[in-house]
Every structure is written in structure tokens, then in C-alpha cells.
Design a protein around this ligand. Structure first.
Ligand SMILES: NC(=O)c1ccc[n+]([C@@H]2O[C@H](COP(=O)([O-])OP(=O)(O)OC[C@H]3O[C@@H](n4cnc5c(N)ncnc54)[C@H](O)[C@@H]3O)[C@@H](O)[C@H]2O)c1
Length: 340
């Protein structure tokens, strides 16, 4: 396996939250070239603005389902990281488009990579393929019974990546991040995640919103750790054809999360408002980190309290520049845009 250092790499979805951090990590690790293919549905050029002037970096604005865009972006790539996708809440109001990008688009990416003889294809999946935990922590053999079309479409992408390894001998790896948070995370529209939404609401003096009883749990990892781990999978030995969970092994409930954020923001009086449960909201997710650790040596470095403090500082600075951020936080953000 060629090493990341000195390689030509394509990152789909690289203008998004995790993808843009992965691009930073790959460049810091000495990649010869990092290309991004992103149609900017949810990603932004702002996320990559700091890279202008680095001759090793380029952005192709295009759709992974366009043969021309794929050909332009993948030409000469030795390693492909496939992150481009539409999110879980999007799948609730537009299941077919979600499927077309997440499942069909992934198959198109795999086929393009096979035709071009790409050295390694890292398929970035999600813990949402599991559905709720049947036992904890969840290892790679945990049953995959997704509760949303998003989870189903991402699982199809996983299955295709493993199939390309088995039937065509292509070097594919499946990595399943659990929940990731950090700078550049989404607070807006149907991309908005619980942590950034909660921080932005509280910074604006509004109570956080919890769907259901708030005893749902998630396993959070800071995006710098997620990016480090993904970079390792680009050239690790002994991982081809395998599937890896990327969790921290700890879980936190939505009720606890709101308390931590309220304390960090300095507004403990802003207690959570409970609304009806969100459809398809998984009850419990907590990843077993041991398989990933054994094969790559990876262990997360940023603790939750430290990460939340940093993220709050980051959003406070953004909010000073654009106080209207709060207008982009939608209450029931799984409904079509504008229907709250
Ligand atoms: N954020 C999390 O907590 C989390 C957890 C588990 C897994 N993941 C996975 O990590 C990856 C990145 O997620 P993220 O949170 O950074 O989301 P994101 O929305 O910020 O990134 C996805 C990117 O894909 C782009 N995109 C969407 N459709 C496209 C298309 N048809 N063609 C080209 N580009 C397209 C979007 O513009 C966006 O920049 C995804 O594969 C997701 O399933 C994320």
C-alpha cells in the first residue's frame, strides 16, 4: 500500500464538515495532492478558504453522479475517500434523492475507482447503519438494522464497497464514525446536528430543544480525532475488505448533553424544552473502539468537556460576526425546508 505522504488523493464531500478537516489532515501528513469533489449542497467554499494558495489542493464543484465530474476528479488519484452524501434528516423528507446520492452514487464512485485502478477506496459510513444498540458497546459484528432510509442507503454503500473487494479484489475499507462534533459542524437546516444547534440556541438566549424524553444516547468524537483516524485508514496495512467502527466507547444522553452545554455557555437556567420524538431517532449508540485501535493504533485525544469548550468559543466568534445564525436553526429540521 502506498503511503498517504506523497500520494494523490480524492476526497468526495470534502467541502463539508468532516471532509474539510480530513483534507487539512491529509495535507498536513504530506499528501502530494488533495482534490475535493463536492457539489456544495451542504458543504461550503468557506470551509476550504484557508487552503487557497496551497498548490497541492484543488476543488471540483460537481456531483458524484456526473460521469464527467467523477472522471475529472478521479483522474490519477491513488487513494479515494468517499464522504459525499445527504444526511439522516434529509432522508425523512426526501428518501429517493437520499438513496440516489448515498447508495447509487456510492456504487458509481466504486465503479469509477475500479476502472481507474485506484489503490485504496475508503468508504465513510455511519453508526446509523446499526439502528439502536442491541448490546453495548457495539462492535463490528453488531446486527445492522437501520431505522432510516439514510441508514439503509449508507448500508448499501458499505455492502457495495465490501462486494468490490470480494468480487473484483479492489482495496476497499469501510469506516463507521459514530457522532462527530467540532468547528464547521452544521447548525442550519436539515443538516443541523444536536450539539451545534444547542450551542447556537443557548448563545442566542434560547432554550435547547430535545425530541422525546432525552434519554437517547450517542457516542461523540471530536472532528480532529475523526479526521486523524480516517487518514490512518488511507494507508494502514491489514485493513482491506474490512469494516471498522469509529467510536470512543463512551455515551452521553441528550439530557446530559444539554446540561454540559448550558454550563459551558454559562446559561444553566436555560433548561431543555421537550417536543415529540423525531421519527427514526435511534435510542442508543455506543461504539466499541477496540478493532480500530488494534489495526491502526488510533485512540481519540480530545475529551468531551475540552471539545465542547472549544466549540462554544468557535460558535461565539461566528455569532458575533453573524447574529442572524439563529434564524437558520429550524425547530423540526427533518421536515421540508420552511415547514417547522
Ligand atoms: N457528522 C457526523 O456526526 C457523522 C457521523 C457518522 C458518519 N458521518 C459520515 O461522514 C461523512 C461526512 O459527513 P458530514 O457530517 O461532514 O456531512 P456534510 O454534509 O458536511 O458533508 C457531506 C458533503 O457531501 C456533499 N454532497 C452531498 N451530495 C453530493 C453529491 N451528489 N455530489 C457531491 N457532493 C455532494 C455536501 O455538499 C457536503 O459537503 C458522510 O458520509 C456521513 O455519512 C458523519
Amino acid at each position: 500500500m502506498t503511503s498517504i505522504s506523497g500520494s494523490r488523493i480524492l476526497v468526495t464531500g470534502g467541502a463539508g464538515f468532516i471532509g474539510s478537516h480530513l483534507v487539512d489532515t491529509l495535507l498536513a501528513r504530506g499528501a502530494a495532492e488533495v482534490r475535493v469533489l463536492d457539489n456544495l449542497t451542504n458543504g461550503t467554499e468557506d470551509n476550504l478558504a484557508h487552503l487557497h494558495g496551497d498548490a497541492r489542493f484543488s476543488l471540483t464543484v460537481g456531483d458524484i453522479r456526473s460521469a464527467d465530474a467523477r472522471a475529472a476528479a478521479m483522474n490519477g488519484a491513488e487513494v479515494v475517500y468517499h464522504l459525499a452524501c445527504l444526511g439522516v434528516r434529509h432522508s425523512l423528507h426526501d428518501p429517493f434523492e437520499n438513496h440516489r446520492v448515498n447508495a447509487e452514487g456510492s456504487l458509481q464512485m466504486l465503479e469509477e475507482a475500479r476502472e481507474r485502478g485506484v489503490g485504496r477506496f475508503v468508504y465513510v459510513s455511519t453508526s446509523e447503519v446499526f439502528g439502536t444498540a442491541q448490546y453495548a458497546p457495539m462492535d463490528e459484528r453488531h446486527p445492522t438494522w437501520p431505522e432510516t432510509v439514510y441508514g439503509g442507503g449508507k448500508l448499501a454503500g458499505e455492502a457495495y464497497a465490501r462486494a468490490y473487494f470480494r468480487t473484483y479484489g479492489m482495496d476497499t475499507v469501510v469506516v463507521r464514525p459514530f457522532n462527530t462534533y467540532g468547528p464547521r459542524s452544521h447548525f442550519e437546516g436539515d443538516s443541523g446536528e444536536i450539539l451545534p444547534r444547542t450551542i447556537v440556541r443557548m448563545l442566542s438566549g434560547q432554550r435547547p430543544v430535545i425530541y422525546g424524553d432525552g434519554e437517547q444516547t450517542r457516542d461523540f468524537m471530536h472532528v480532529s480525532d475523526t479526521a486523524t483516524a480516517l487518514a490512518l485508514f488511507g494507508d494502514a496495512d491489514g485493513v482491506s475488505g474490512e469494516t471498522f467502527n469509529l467510536g470512543s466507547g463512551t455515551e452521553i444522553s441528550m439530557n446530559e448533553l444539554c446540561t454540559v452545554v448550558a454550563d459551558t455557555v454559562g446559561r444553566p437556567e436555560l433548561t431543555a424544552e421537550h417536543l415529540e420524538a423525531r421519527p427514526g431517532d435511534v435510542r442508543r449508540l455506543i461504539g466499541d473502539p477496540s478493532h480500530t485501535h488494534e489495526l491502526t493504533g488510533f485512540a481519540p485525544r480530545v475529551g468531551f468537556a475540552e471539545g465542547i469548550t472549544e466549540l462554544t468559543r468557535w460558535f461565539r466568534a461566528r455569532q458575533r460576526e453573524s447574529p442572524e445564525m439563529i434564524d437558520r436553526v429550524e425547530v423540526r429540521n427533518w421536515l421540508p425546508a420552511g415547514v417547522n
